[in-house]
Structures are given as structure tokens and as C-alpha cells.
Design a protein around this ligand. Sequence first.
Ligand code: ADP
Ligand code: MG
Length: 233
Amino acid sequence: MQKHKTIIRLNSIKKIYRMGQEKIIALKDINLKFEANKIYCIIGTSGSGKSTLLNLLAGLEKPTSGQILFNEKIRLDKFNENKLAEFRKRYIGFVFQSYNLFPTMSALENVCMPLIFSGVKKKIRMAKAKEMLKLVGLENRLNHKPNQMSGGQQQRVSIARAFVNNPKVIFADEPTGNLDTKTTFEMMDLITGIAKKNNQTLIIVTHDLEISDYANVIIHIRDGNVDKIENKK
Ligand code: ADP
Ligand code: MG
């Protein structure tokens, strides 16, 4: 039996955005535990706080109060911007709804980016990026720019980029929001397949109930709070 250690823990997390006089409470009091090698879906209606939660988990934003622990000891809530950037580079991969590829770069160059940031040598970087693009079925599109590819192909490039550094945790915010149903299933099969093979943790935000079929754990968010947690398998 595979052992699941806790990889991220949230204790009493609150996130308040201030806009002029107005205070928006995006997350009220979140207590959650994420275990390694599992697939999580975070589900909720628009505005419920899903993206805010994902951004905190991924070290893209800081909480207003509360603790975020990575591997039970790294206190992300205490990190400054530089340390958070370093942390993300080392442990985290991202897939976005709008792909977020560099428009002037080829598929290959886009996938190479995280490796450049990590200081990997050019020859190794090219080999790794090619291997990842092959894995996502784009070995014939290495030199295509984003606007020369379909939405599904662009999302495959962004998946290759998210996984190329072999991160511990991959976050995806509505990764299939711009894709048709068939492509959605292909994309989910791909992401979950790679994550399982490499013992990675996957945390996916979605409002698409079909995607939750892939999850081990479904976390329902409502009005900035955890409404319900479903353990599926
Ligand atoms: P979801 O991803 O579930 O649609 P979000 O996490 O994006 O929801 O947003 C939760 C709430 O916080 C919303 O009311 C939203 O308007 C607000 N919010 C999110 N980001 C910001 C921000 N940068 N500044 C101010 N308010 C924000
Ligand atoms: Mg969102």
C-alpha cells in the first residue's frame, strides 16, 4: 500500500482583499490537509474562492492570516516574494485555463522556460523539453508558435511545461474551461496519467462535475469556506 504523507496543510487560513474602503473576504477560515500522490478537485460556484485558495496553496499569494505548511515544516505564509518564487521554481507546476504561453516562442521554447529558470544546461533542457512534448503527443509541433496551434494543442504545451521540471505538486485552475468535452477528457487523462506515474500530487480547480470523476478527494468550496469533503477512492 502506498503511504500518503501530508504535503500541504492549511491552518485557519483567511484571505481578505481590500479595495479602497471595501473589504472582500475571499476565504473565511480554511483548514485543509492535502496528501502526497493524490488527485484533488476543488469545486464551487464562481466567486466562491477557488482561485484564491489555489493561489495560496501554490505560493502565488499570501494569506491575510493563518499558516500554510509544505511538507509539514516549510512555513509558506512566512516567506517573502523571493523565497516564494524560489519555492515555486523547485516544487510547483501550473496549468492555466488560458494556457499562458509566450506568444512569440515556439512550443519547444515555451516548455524549456522552467528549465532555464532552474539553470539547466541547454543540451539537457532541449532533450527534456522534446521528451515532454513527445509525451503529450506534440513531437510534430516543436517549432509551432501558440497561434499556429489549436486550443487543445496549446493546453498540451502548457501541460508539458508544467511537468518538465518534475514538480512535487501540479496546480491547475480550470484547465479545461476553454476546451470541448472530448478534448477535456483527453487532457484530464493526460494530466492524471503523468501525475500518477511520477507520484505527483494534483490539485485542480474546476466547476465542471465531470472532471471530479478523476479525483480521489473532492473539496467543495462555498462562500469562502469548505462546505464538504468527499473521499472517493
Ligand atoms: P473563484 O475562483 O471561485 O471564482 P476567486 O477566488 O477568484 O473565486 O474570488 C473570490 C472572491 O474574492 C470574489 O468575490 C472575488 O471578486 C474576490 N477577489 C479575488 N481576487 C481579488 C483581488 N485581487 N482583489 C479583490 N478581490 C478579489
Ligand atoms: Mg477562479
